[in-house]
Unconditional design. Sequence first.
Length: 286
Amino acid sequence: MNPLVFALITYFTWGLGDVVNAIAARSLGAERALLRVIIISAILFIPLIPAHLAELYRLTPLLLIAVVALGGLQVVGNIALNKSLRLINAPLALTIFSSYSALIVVLSVLFFREPITVSQIICTGVIFSGIFLCTYTPVNEKQTPDYKKGVLLAVTGLVSIGLFFTLVKPVIAVIGWFWPIYAVTLWIPVLLYLHKKEQRSSSSVSWKTAAMPVILTALFLRVGDFSFNVALDNGLIAVVAPIAGAYPTLSVILAYFVFREKLTLRQIIGIFLALIGIIALGVMGN
């Protein structure tokens, strides 16, 4: 298949997935939405399990611990994002969260001594500058507690997912991409506990009111994951990664028009800078 097809599938499904996830998170709550998305995702990926069973023979006790921990990072990152989406503007939360590519560059240098180019340094600097502009509030402007908490949660999501994608590299090299992604299902019991806790502390929302956004979130994100990793398996990373990695441009723009939330000029400039940096980093990195 043409690598451009994989790239476009990933770009549109990841971008659309983030937007419908924001709708689901705001309708159901952070933990309740994520629990349902993970369960549906697990069902969608069941047909792939037989093709990846052989990879489990390479799983050592240390790798098993690593895989479970990586699943935990996914859970923490996505709960943080969902909570952030309920507290601050969706375009702002998605821009901060989606800037994890810059953190991956920094962490890869620190953890694995990977080489870094001047262009990557510049792109990373542009992304972090954009995030700073997005989140900085002058002393003479008021910051609500919800805004502070929402920004902190978005940054927590960024850090968690950045750590996941950095630390998953050596694991994927041994057992492939499927199990590190599917391992998030091992955390369903924890999410069930958090689900019950969240349900007691907030108003009850009917599953039917958010069923379609939840289903679409799982469908879009998992199709994107599958398309991207199939492209990796076929050595198409140089074509697919830059286009797929630019998906925040779609999710942020769509979120702006879907939710119609007001942004300050400084936040708009910061979002624009961060998105330009993300696109450039995807191109320069490949």
